[in-house]
Design a protein around this ligand. Structure first.
Ligand code: NAD
Length: 296
């Protein structure tokens, strides 16, 4: 029998599937629940246990990890008669790794504490590739003791793991992350259209750019998406739209101006309104192409 904590994993999507599989590879026993049967089958094939409900998944768990799209889904899986708080055992640690509003994380921690359940907000950056390779950056909000307890589990998922402050602080840092990533993708997309219209070899240009001050993880990870016009997600525009809403709202609450972020938030919203919400966020290129008069 393993001495490692038993894990329940709720939300086996683009991120949750490879992340939970990394825990299995690290020796953890993982029981999962998600809405799609094929993802449950994938977990079972990887050596985990597929549960039929949230209640069944969390009943025996020491640590419950959640990775669902946004605040409404976190609230749906946490609260109510069928939710995590009603069925996890007292003393369990709930690590929510979804990207949600800081206030939702603060409220969840308070409501969970009333039931003897401890919570960390631990959103991630690094994308699907970072999840598969277990090299995510994990930004955590909550109590130091809970962070110390969670660290070995998080180390099986990521490489840079930092306690940023109290409940919600991880989400605030993640919101800043999404601001930086969106603006960076937009700048890359504008450069791609400019380079192509100028008749420069795009692959060569992006290679040399990435070796200088203009280089970035965004360019490294998204270069082939730009070159091949491959916008299979990855990270969906729908989710980045959600995140731009979180960061612009949170910034307004604290009186921080985000002039460039606000413009990029509008470009993300426009892309989504044109039916591209299911594409990878590198599809911001399509919006620059449309603005530049190209047939997309
Ligand atoms: P996804 O849509 O691929 O997966 C979400 C999963 O949540 C689905 O499998 C769905 O079944 C499950 N789910 C939703 N409601 C549920 C419910 N009521 N009960 C059980 N399961 C439920 O999303 P994703 O890309 O994996 O993103 C998950 C979170 O991680 C989001 O908050 C996103 O912003 C964040 N994130 C994503 C990436 C990325 O590159 N995809 C990177 C960093 C952070």
């Amino acid at each position: 029998m393993s001495n490692l904590p038993k894990i329940a994993w709720i939300g086996l999507g683009i991120m949750g599937s490879p992340m939970s599989e990394n825990l299995i590879k690290a020796g953890y026993s993982v029981t999962g629940f998600t809405l799609e049967q094929d993802k449950l089958d994938r977990l079972a094939a990887a050596g985990g246990t597929a549960a039929g409900s949230i209640a069944e998944a969390v009943a025996d768990a020491d640590v419950v990890i959640t990775m669902v799209p946004a605040s409404p889904q976190v609230e749906a899986i946490a609260y109510g008669e069928a939710g995590i708080l009603a069925h996890a055992r007292r003393g369990a640690l709930l690590i929510d790794m979804s990207s949600i509003t800081p206030q939702t994380s603060v409220d969840l921690a308070k409501n969970a504490a009333d039931r003897g359940i401890r919570v960390l907000d631990a959103p991630v950056s690094g994308g699907e590739a970072g999840a598969i390779e277990a090299v995510l950056s994990i930004m955590v909000g909550g109590e130091q003791a809970d962070f110390d307890e969670a660290r070995p589990v998080l180390e099986a998922l990521g490489r840079t793991i930092v306690l940023c402050g109290p409940h919600g602080a991880g989400q605030t840092v993640k919101a800043a992350n999404q601001l930086i990533v969106a603006v960076n993708i937009q700048a890359c997309a504008e450069a791609v259209v400019f380079l192509e219209k100028s008749g420069v070899d795009l692959a060569a240009a992006l290679d040399v750019l990435n070796g200088g001050l203009a280089g970035s993880t965004v360019l490294t990870r998204k270069k082939d998406n730009f070159l091949n016009r491959d916008f299979k997600p990855g990270f969906r525009i729908d989710l980045h739209h959600k995140d731009m809403g979180i960061v612009t709202d949170a910034a307004r609450n604290v009186g921080a101006a985000l002039p460039v972020g606000a413009v990029v938030a509008q470009l993300v919203a426009s892309l989504r309104a044109q039916g591209d919400g299911g594409l990878d966020h590198s599809a911001l290129l399509r919006s620059v192409e449309r603005l530049s008069g190209d047939q997309v």
